[in-house]
Design a protein around this ligand. Structure first.
Ligand SMILES: *Cc1c(COP(=O)(O)O)cnc(C)c1O
Length: 367
């Protein structure tokens, strides 16, 4: 048996006719960028998130970049985020000439630790970027309390968390701005790049709209230095089809995660922690063991492909040497990078495949 971490083909097969029709409608329409499909997706995602505005952009990285620019981040500013995330969560701060500051994570949820955020605050701090890692939301009550106390903006990086909930509120609806990625492997993934900024704030929404299209208020009238970061109609049409299934797919991931939990219980592998009050959408099913590298090699020999998220924390990346972090500075994140890995999980994965994965894990520990 061969089991991949993800199977994008399995999902395409279930909706092939709808997707193919949507693509051909766009091709026939000759409207290819920022047209009716983008507008529809923006409205759907804003409503789904529970906010007023959705602004389609080129990818999830640009969504973060434009959000940071919209709140006025500039050189000299500091933005606090987690070291246990995809690089873009910090990179975008650096692109603007500002400085990312890393707060350590919690050992169970692997989300940013609010108490560590507070320790990182200086006079230069302007914003916090909590990342809802692997599909589970951070402790937003505590983060928003800190933000109010120190007058900071909050940008929720929801790239991995569309549809996740914290005390009944969806990811992206609690901070000043939320950002989504529609990269193909995300829970709502296109067949190319895509992203969106969501917000309740009219001014910030206007600003992001300006920035995504060269700072043009009207055609050929420029009022800001912007970008070319537009969402195209093909991706939006595909995403409009897939959006109808997002709750169903998130639910399937959650059910399949629980199946893994049950099958794995009693073994030496640590299963993911689902915090009370949270709805986890399992973008990744991430387990922990200090024997990770041996387990991964054994599973691979048996046709099972896993993924390491993340092998090196962002603060120890070579490019951030200039920030002066040393090994041992953020021990919880560094430890997580030594023991976490993701098992194959996607909405369509069959029970027999999950059973096979866990049989092999048990076989590993019993050797
Ligand atoms: C995927 C991802 C991004 C970037 O999204 P792209 O669409 O690939 O640019 C940002 N943050 C996190 C946490 C991600 O997982």
């Amino acid at each position: 048996m061969k089991i991949n971490l993800l199977d994008l083909q399995a999902q395409y097969k279930t909706i092939k006719e709808e997707i193919d029709n949507a693509i051909h409608q766009v091709l026939d329409s000759s409207v290819y960028i920022l047209g009716p499909n983008v507008k529809k997706l923006e409205n759907s995602i804003a409503e789904y998130t529970g906010v007023k505005h959705g602004i389609g952009v080129a990818n999830g990285t640009d969504a973060l970049l434009l959000a940071l620019e919209a709140i006025g981040i500039q050189p000299g500013d500091e933005v606090i985020t987690t070291p246990f995330t995809f690089f873009a969560s910090a990179e975008t701060t650096s692109v603007l000439g500002a400085t990312p500051v890393f707060a350590d994570i919690l050992p169970d949820s692997l989300c940013i630790n609010p108490e560590e955020i507070e320790k990182c605050i200086t006079e230069r701090t302007k914003a916090i970027i909590p990342v809802h890692i692997f599909g589970q939301m951070c402790d937003m009550d505590k983060i928003m309390d800190i933000a109010r106390k120190y007058n900071l903006f909050v940008i929720e990086d929801c790239a991995q968390a569309i549809g996740a909930e914290y005390k009944g509120r969806r990811a992206g609806s609690i901070g000043d701005i939320g950002t989504y990625s529609f990269f193909p492997t995300k829970n709502l993934g296109g067949y190319g790049d895509g992203g969106m900024v969501v917000t309740n704030n009219d001014e910030l929404a206007e600003r992001v709209k300006l920035l995504r299209a060269h700072g043009a208020k009207e055609k050929y009238t420029y009022v800001a230095i912007g970008h070319n970061s537009r969402l195209d109609e093909l991706q939006a049409a595909i995403l409009n089809v897939k959006f109808k299934y997002i709750n169903q797919w998130n639910e399937a991931r959650n059910i399949k995660a629980k199946i893994y939990n049950d099958l794995i219980s009693g073994s030496k592998l640590v299963t993911p922690t689902e915090l009370s009050g949270n709805k986890h959408i399992y973008h990744m099913y991430v387990v922990q063991s200090y024997r990770r590298d041996e387990i991964i090699a054994f599973l691979k020999e048996n046709g099972i492909f896993t993924g390491v998220y993340y092998p090196l924390p962002v603060h120890l990346q070579q490019v951030y040497e200039y920030l002066g972090y040393r090994e041992g500075d953020l021990p919880v994140a560094e430890d997580a990078c030594k023991k976490t890995f993701a098992l194959p999980l996607y909405p369509e994965i069959e029970l027999e495949k999950q059973e096979y994965v866990v049989d092999k894990i048990k076989e590993f520990f019993n050797r």
